[in-house]
Design a protein around this ligand. Sequence first.
Ligand code: OFO
Length: 172
Amino acid sequence: MLTKNIEKALNNQIKIEAESSQIYLAMACWAEVKGLEGVAGFMYKQSDEEREHMLKLVRFVNERGGHAQISALKAPNVTFNSFKEMFEKLFEHEVFVSESINELVHITLQEKDYSTHNFLQWYVSEQIEEEAMARTILDKINMIGNDKGGLYLFDRDIQQLTVSSASSTSPE
Ligand code: OFO
């Protein structure tokens, strides 16, 4: 059984994961209309993964005697000055999500809720992977600079880049 405090914190994370999905969906749309099909495909996939993260939390809250809240979401940014800026925003967002997960883990320890603490370990590993992936992408973008040919190859190859743990260990 979840305490009210934990339930509230998990519901907050549900909202963050839902907003992440919307943010990445907006990025996918921006990339698609700019003709970056590979980047768009990658972002659509990221958006789907965030929805899965949200659903995993929703089911956990409901199964543990709480009530998952589906709330209104903040509208995401829909345009970017460059695809480099878009990926910088993605990285910043993942760092923010990691901080939020860490805070959640901290609360479970304070409340001595070891089953929720255990459940959250999947998210802890996932955030390590997602931050690493965002960093790898930014390194590649910095290498490309203004080279159009480099951008073409990046757009072609990005779909091969997946978060290893996220793609192989999808949430139930
Ligand atoms: Fe939900 O992992 Fe990214 O934000």
